[in-house]
Each structure stands twice: as C-alpha cells, then as structure tokens.
Ligand binder design. Structure first.
Ligand code: HEM
Length: 470
C-alpha cells in the first residue's frame, strides 16, 4: 500500500521524487508489525538493474500483485510468475514483436486517424471557439486501435460527438478500481469487496460488464474459426485473438475461455492508456517548448509523407523511422513522463541492494522511473528540462540508453513486449496531427497528475485546435 494521504497530495510522484533525491535514491517504509507491508522505494539505477536483471529470480510480482490485478485476470501476464509467465511471454513475443503485428497496428492507426481523429479535430478547428479535452480524444483513439489489433473489433469510442461508449467506460472503471487497491489498506478493500461497497462495488460492476462482452466475443470468434475449418491465411494480418485461438497453428492451442479472457484483457490494458498518456504529455510538452515543435515541423517538412490515403497523406513505418528528431522528442516525453511511473515487485528472500539497503523477505519493492528521470546523477544538471537533443548522438543517430537508466519500458526478462510497436504508433500519430493542426492549451488550464496506475492528467488537457497552413 502506498500511503493514501500522500497519494492525495497534488502530485504524489513529484513528492516521491523529492524524497528519493534527498535520500540518495532509496527510502524504506515500515508497515505495522502484523501486516507484511514493509516497502523499499528506489530510483537508484544500480538497484533497479539488480532488481530487474541481476537478481531477477528474487523479485517476482508476488501474491499482492496477483490480488491487485485480479480484475484483469489472475492468469494474465501482468500478474503471473513462473511457468505461466514464461509460456505467455514466449507466446506473446511471437505475436507482438513481429512485422505482421506492426502492419496491423499501422493499418488500425491510419483507419482511426482518417475516420476518428481527423473528423473530430476538423470539426473543432472549423468551429474555432470549441475546446476539447485532448486526453479524452487520445484515450478513445488508443482504445479503438488496441481493440482493433487485439480483437479485430472497432468499439468506435472515438466518434464525432465524443459520446461515451459503455465498454470503454467499463475499462476505465476497472483501471480506477485497481488503483484504489494500490492505495487503500488491503483489509479495507477486501472488506469492501466482501460487502459489495464503494470502489469495490464499482469495480465488480465494471468487470462483469466487460466480461460479458469478452466471453460472448470469444465464443463467437471460436465458432467462426471452427466454421472456417481451414488454416488461416497467415500472410493476411489477423487480430491477436484469432492468432492465439487458431487451432491449426500447431503451437498455440489455447482453448480455455478464462485464460483467453485474461490474456486479452491484459493486452488491452498494456496498449491503451500507455500510448494515450505519452501522446498527451508530448503535446503538452510541445506547447511549453515551441522551439522543439518548430524543429519537429522542419523535420516533417523535409520528409513529407508519401502514402496517399482516401483523403489524407499519412506517414508509414518506413517513413517515421527517418524522423529522428520526432523520435527523440517522444523518448524525452517517455523519460520525463513514464506512463507507468512506478513498478512494483516483491522480495522472496532476504537480499542486499547495491545501495547497501537490506531487503527482508516479503518486502514490497518499488522502483520509480519518474523519480529517476529527475536525478542529476543520472541525467545531468538539466535533467528537469524537456530536451530531445539528449537522445541524439553527435553522428545524428538515436542515443541508446540502458534500461536501468531509462526504465520506462522496464528491462531484463520482463521488459515491455510492445516497445517497438508503440514507438512506431506514437510517431505515426504525432506526425499526422502536427502536420495538420496547431494546438494550444487553454489559458490557466491546471495540469496535475491523476490518481491512477497510469500517469494521466487529473483534469485532462483542454486545448484549442486550428488548421495548420502549410
Ligand atoms: C508507451 C507505451 C508503453 C509503455 C511505456 C510500456 C511499459 C511497460 C512496462 C513498464 C512494463 C512492465 C510492467 C510490469 O512488469 O508491471 C510493460 C510490460 C509489458 N508490455 Fe508494455 N508498455 C507500452 C506499450 C505496450 C503495448 C502497445 C503492448 C502490446 C501491444 C505492450 C505489451 C506489454 C506486455 C505483454 C508486457 C508484459 C511483459 C512481461 O511481463 O513479461 N506494452 N510495458
């Protein structure tokens, strides 16, 4: 548990970063003697390397994460350790870290730009007095894209009127409920769960709604696959659920609905809010750093997109791979605003961290990528500045940084499987929007961090939009 009072402060992550910096990168917190809730929080790169890689076996997710992530599924990759994790990691690695999935994602992103983001932003730009919450737009966009690539289903949450879609709302409520479990004492949320009260009641209702949809969906997909009877055309881009269920694949014969449900829900969780969070912090950073925006625009103008879609020209994977400065700006956003600001592990046995801190068995160990980005020892005296240049070498190439200094995608055996595909999606979307629109944050709009497992903005990001005259 992270102390609730601290979490209710304006920005818990800044508070934590300040404390960690003051204490040389590591702080210990002791829970009551009966509670097994001793914690260590660190942003020291040597400790992070030790936890993520060096002594990886001693730091599983542990029983607490399994309980907290229970609504996403006790069998999902985010909650499990051991054999089940190894199996899922191998399976998903084959499916996600390949060109076929990247092409599928590119197709979905182009579709949602053309038929989702552009109509919405055009409508706003044509009515200059209109203000929109950009975070809401990005959340809808990424929900639709991840559903299209994982399920082959478009929930159309990004519609011109920005009407709420029950499925997306249920997904948000699940995320909120899981965050409550991080910050409310375990005994309290378990009692709420037992009595069906408060946040736990909302969580149960949201999970039931999402499950109803997913189980029906899985069952009709199974019928479809059985009806087809022939091996899927593997050259064609199919969604991940179909790939996983395709019995003719020979390797991946997964039949249990519960297992499929957990796997799918974890993937939706992994790919939705992470990308939306990065986009919103990127656009906010650009409005505060117009010189960076100008440099990105200069790069886009020297490398215009060639792909002619029905109405617009859009960048594809090969083209965005040439946009070094945009890539650097996105990396800088991910450094300063990691979508998952804190990672959570659990010590099996006693250990000694490189910083000299002793870890007792059953201690909860957190590492903060957010705090590490703000440490002068790690990133230099300008660590708090938004400076894409730090990601570019003298030769003009992207600077590689080891994962224990840049832990936004985690590192070691449990590193993020979606890193490459995410960076491509982020560049395609950011380039398309910057190419067409100018965005201003509404004067006086308060920006602070929401109470959520992701680094979301508490009040969203209210902006004006206008067409860019090119
Ligand atoms: C900006 C985007 C993203 C960021 C910053 C990010 C970050 C992370 C982090 C920090 C973890 C470790 C979580 C933990 O151990 O608790 C992780 C794991 C994972 N991510 Fe991502 N992620 C992103 C996008 C994606 C996408 C789009 C996908 C899939 C389509 C994905 C798939 C996964 C999977 C499957 C794991 C579990 C790996 C394992 O436990 O072995 N991620 N990601």
């Amino acid at each position: 548990m992270l102390p609730t009072l601290i979490c209710q402060m304006v920005n818990f992550h800044d508070y934590l970063a300040e404390r960690l910096i003051k204490h040389g990168g590591t702080v210990e917190m002791q829970g009551p003697w009966f509670s097994d809730m001793d914690s260590i929080i660190t942003s020291d790169p040597a400790n992070i390397r030790h936890i993520m890689s060096g002594n990886f076996r001693n730091y599983p997710k542990g029983p607490i994460m399994k309980e907290i992530f229970e609504p996403l599924g006790p069998n999902g990759i985010f909650a499990v350790d051991g054999e089940s994790w190894v199996f899922q990691r191998k399976t998903l690695q084959l499916l996600i870290a390949c060109r076929r999935y990247r092409l599928l994602m590119e197709k979905a992103a182009h579709d949602k730009l053309e038929n989702g983001i552009f109509p919405v932003l055009d409508h706003l730009a044509d009515n200059e007095s209109k203000i929109v919450d950009l975070q809401d737009v990005f959340q809808r966009f990424t929900f639709d894209v991840i559903c299209m690539t994982v399920l082959g289903y478009n929930p159309s949450s990004l519609n011109i009127d920005l009407q709420d879609v029950p499925l997306a709302k249920a997904f948000d409520d699940i995320d909120k409920g899981m965050f409550e479990r991080h910050v409310v004492p375990e005994t309290m949320w378990k009692l709420q769960r037992l009595l069906g009260l408060g946040a736990e009641k909302r969580l149960a209702v949201a999970t039931e709604r999402f499950d109803k949809f997913l189980y029906d969906f899985i069952s009709s997909r199974r019928e479809k696959i059985v009806r087809q009877q022939t091996r899927m055309d593997k050259e064609e881009s199919v969604d991940l659920l179909t790939e996983i269920m395709d019995k003719n694949d020979g390797v991946l014969v997964l039949t249990e609905d519960k297992f499929l449900r957990d796997m799918v829900l974890n993937l939706l969780g992994a790919g939705r809010s992470t990308i939306a969070s990065t986009l919103v912090w990127l656009f906010w950073s650009l409005t505060n750093n117009p010189h960076v925006e100008s440099k990105i625009l200069a790069e886009l103008n020297s490398n215009p997109p060639t792909l002619e879609k029905i109405h617009h020209r859009l960048y594809n994977e090969e083209e965005v791979n040439c946009l070094t400065y945009l890539h650097a700006a996105i990396m800088e956003t991910l450094r300063l605003y990691p979508p998952l600001p804190i990672n959570h592990k659990w010590a099996m046995e006693a250990d000694l961290l490189p910083s000299g801190h002793h870890v007792r068995p059953k201690t909860r160990v957190f590492f903060s990528a957010y705090a590490m980005a703000r440490m002068e020892d790690v990133w230099g005296p300008d660590c708090n500045e938004f400076k894409p240049e730090r990601w570019i070498t003298e030769k003009g190439e992207i600077q590689l940084v080891p994962s224990h200094r840049f832990a936004t995608f985690n590192g070691g055996p449990r590193s993020c499987l979606g890193k490459e595909v995410s960076l491509i999606q982020l560049k395609i979307v950011a380039a398309a929007i910057l190419w067409r629109y100018k965005i201003w944050v509404v004067d006086g709009h308060p920006v602070s961090v929401a109470m959520s497992t992701m680094l979301n903005m508490k009040h969203g990001l209210r902006v004006w939009i206008s067409h860019r005259s090119t």
